[in-house]
Design a protein around this ligand. Structure first.
Ligand code: SF4
Length: 359
């Protein structure tokens, strides 16, 4: 909880802190982001992509997405598969599913127009307080502050609140500080400055305090506290999981068999070689499809790491000459050299290795 002393300190210094942040932003901020000064539709797509993903990773995906689907109207008319294909490789695919759900709501409830009030935006799928505020403020429809991971860390360090218990009251205090610092005359620049400062200067590890515009007001720096303290609490424990997959290739026609993932939340809606959590399930599937004699006994293993989980993939290859006697759905075969549907990154690794070995 913020103490009276910290509160007085904040009130006394907030104007100069705000001014220094904006001066720093004018000189060093990221002014050329492709979604800057664009329509609310562009800003919405960029803000959803930026959830849990860094700017440099997002830029090529955003550019491709907007090139393919330049307007909200076109997005409303798009199928989920089209959106998933453009999202393929970006991760956290629930975001793409939420974009599709949002389109239905916009079509049915908002007459095809993206809403422009906080109360309406916050109700849309996959949108929390920070995303709603960023969409409103960047599009010039509101003066709302944000509290994403970067801003939270910056404010916690600025006011030496790293060791606070992260309960609802503590979070409300951080929101209060974030909103209280916000420039009411340049809100859009200010929230971008918040994001840039957190990402470029007050970084998780090795913050660049010597380049920080508020270094003379940062209580953590003044106390010379251990800046890595906040890291310990945020470091996630990585889980490990084994998965089995069967790469099924129609070698005569250079085609790959892919199924829509319907049960694993991580990749739900994308297309993959048949995926199993147990080796026994894979064997059973081969048996049911009369393919047990065609599948290779060799197993190729590789690790696939996400932010919170590391998978060990076990891949078996099964080459067939597809014919009418084989009961696998004929629509599930895709040209190996031109996969035009959404696939997870692990599937790309499997395809790349196959092509490298068989070219
Ligand atoms: Fe972060 Fe250092 Fe700036 Fe303090 S002085 S806000 S720790 S970068």
């Amino acid at each position: 909880m913020i103490s009276k002393k910290q509160s007085n300190y904040h009130n006394k210094n907030k104007n100069i802190i705000r001014k220094n942040i904006l001066l720093w932003y004018d000189k060093f901020g990221r002014h050329n982001l492709p979604w800057k000064n664009k329509s609310i539709y562009h800003i919405w797509i960029s803000e959803i992509m930026l959830q849990q993903t860094q700017v440099n990773t997002v830029i090529p995906y955003y550019t491709r997405f907007i090139k393919e689907i330049p307007t909200l109207k076109k997005l409303i008319d798009s199928k989920l598969d089209d959106i998933m294909a453009l999202w393929s490789g970006l991760g956290f695919y629930r975001r793409a599913i939420n974009i599709h759900k949002t389109c239905l709501i916009i079509k049915n409830k908002h007459f095809g127009k993206f809403p422009t009030t906080y109360d309406e935006i916050i109700k849309l799928p996959g949108i929390g307080r920070t995303t709603a505020s960023a969409i409103l403020t960047f599009s010039g429809n509101g003066v709302n502050s944000i509290l994403d991971g970067n801003v939270k860390r910056f404010i916690q360090r600025l006011y030496s609140l790293m060791n606070e218990k992260e309960d609802k009251d503590a979070l409300n205090q951080l929101w209060f500080l974030s909103e209280n610092l916000l420039s009411k005359t340049r809100p859009s620049d200010f929230i971008q400055a918040y994001m840039d400062l957190g990402a470029l200067v007050c970084k998780k590890t090795n913050p660049k305090c010597e380049s920080c515009p508020v270094r003379n007001y940062c209580i953590t720096r003044m106390n010379n506290s251990n800046l890595s303290m906040s890291l310990k609490s945020t470091r996630k424990k990585i889980k490990h999981k084994k998965l089995w997959t069967l790469m099924l290739v129609d070698s005569t026609n250079n085609r790959l068999y892919l199924e829509k993932i319907s049960y694993m939340n991580l990749w739900k809606g994308l297309y993959s070689s048949p995926l199993f959590s147990e080796k026994l399930e894979l064997d059973k599937w081969l048996l049911e499809n009369n393919l047990e004699n065609l599948a290779s006994q060799d197993i190729w293993q590789f690790n696939h790491k996400l932010s919170h989980i590391e998978f060990l993939f076990n891949v078996r290859l099964c080459k067939i000459n597809y014919n009418k006697k084989i009961s696998l759905m004929k629509d599930n075969w895709y040209n190996l050299s031109d996969i035009n549907i959404g696939i997870p990154r692990y599937q790309n690794k499997i395809i790349k290795r196959y092509i490298d070995l068989h070219d």
